[in-house]
Design a protein around this ligand. Structure first.
Ligand code: DAH
Length: 357
């Protein structure tokens, strides 16, 4: 009797099952599938060989082979399900977001940490320079009555000099007109009034703060800007003291190669008055487009306190004298850091802000 083509079926099935259980990835399983159960598999070639058997034996062998195929295919499906479960578990592990890690790591910290802007930094630097020169720092209101912003500063209601300040009026009514301060000079008046009331002269103070004017913003004007005011009231103060303070400040803030000069000017609250200029910070005095080839840039105004101002606050001009000055904080920032357009100071573009962290 010829040997049955299925004589080794039990062993062959066992081999197939152990091959299946050794498959470790879904890709490997997919690659092996054709050789395990497909047309070129051992099961398929055994199927073909059954044709040589007589019908009775073929029927019995066919049933045997079908059972072997069922076992192999079931093992294959079971293995596929297991590998799928493992793969899903791995991908969940990989995608896990550990919030503890996110918070602990500098690199993945999701929020940018802010810092003071250029105007605030400049104000602090200016205050530091003046503190180093023996000045104190004082503060005043941004909304002022007409008296503080104009009248006490020797600018009566119909005075033509009012045209120098493009004023935002808050209230034109009775009993008094209220404005957004057009300069920091009214803080001088508050300081002198307080010193008189508390009998605490002399005064050596600077007063930084925000001011407002009806200007259309352009490269060198903002309708809301910052000034720093200086005030000295003491005995025997001269114009030489004023010039010395301006020059010392200029070198301390802008650097030793930048100096100051005073040119005759006009302000109702000082007599004599001067405009003060500093060496052009772009060309260092050589002459360029920014300084109209003069080598100098105007920074602010100054002068000796006008007797009318001392009288308005009740200070005896025979015993006390003094000087005042005022200039733009934004302008200092612009000149020192060569900011071509002042609007960059208030636009809050992070590419600009980030340069001054
Ligand atoms: N307040 C003036 C302005 O904004 C600047 C100024 C000039 C201030 C002369 C002063 C000064 O204290 O003495 O235009």
């Amino acid at each position: 009797m010829p040997t049955s083509p299925l004589a080794d079926l039990a062993q062959q099935t066992a081999d197939l099952l152990s091959t299946i259980s050794a498959l470790s990835t879904l890709d490997a399983l997919r690659d092996a599938e054709a050789s395990l159960t497909g047309k070129r598999s051992i099961l398929a070639s055994l199927q073909k060989s059954l044709g040589t058997l007589d019908p009775e034996a073929r029927k019995a062998a066919g049933a045997q082979l079908q059972e072997a195929r069922r076992v192999v295919e079931a093992a294959l499906e079971e293995r596929r399900a297991l590998l799928r479960r493992d793969a899903r578990q791995l991908s969940l592990e990989a995608d896990r977001l550990d919030l503890g890690d996110v918070i602990a790591s500098d690199v993945r910290w999701p929020l940018a940490v802010g810092h003071p802007g250029l105007i605030a930094l400049t104000q602090r630097e200016l205050e530091d320079v003046f503190i180093g020169m023996g000045f104190t720092v004082a503060d005043g209101p941004e909304v002022e009555s007409d008296w503080y912003n104009f009248e006490a500063l020797n600018i009566p209601p119909a005075h033509p000099a009012r045209g120098l300040w493009d004023t935002f009026y808050v209230d034109l009514g009775e009993p008094e007109t209220v404005v957004l301060r057009t300069h920091t000079s009214p803080t001088q008046i508050h300081l002198m009034e307080r010193a008189v009331a508390t009998d605490s002269l002399p005064i050596h103070s600077v007063m930084p703060g925000r001011c407002f004017r009806r200007d259309t913003p352009d490269a060198s004007h903002l309708y809301s800007f910052h000034q720093i005011e200086g005030l000295v009231v003491d005995r025997g103060i001269s114009f030489g003291d004023l010039a010395g303070v301006i020059e010392t400040f200029t070198r301390a803030y802008f650097g030793p190669d930048i100096s100051s000069r005073l040119r005759p000017g006009y302000f109702p609250f000082t007599e004599p008055s001067a405009e003060f200029e500093v060496t052009c910070t772009i060309c260092r005095g050589a002459g360029c487009r920014t300084c109209s080839s003069s080598g100098w840039l105007e920074l602010g105004g100054c002068g000796m306190l006008d007797p009318a101002v001392l009288e308005a606050v009740g200070i005896d001009g025979d015993q006390w004298s003094g000087f005042a000055f005022g200039f733009g904080i934004d302008r200092c920032a612009q000149m020192r850091h060569e900011v071509s357009d002042m609007r960059a100071l208030i636009e809050n573009d992070v590419r600009f802000l980030g340069q001054f962290s």
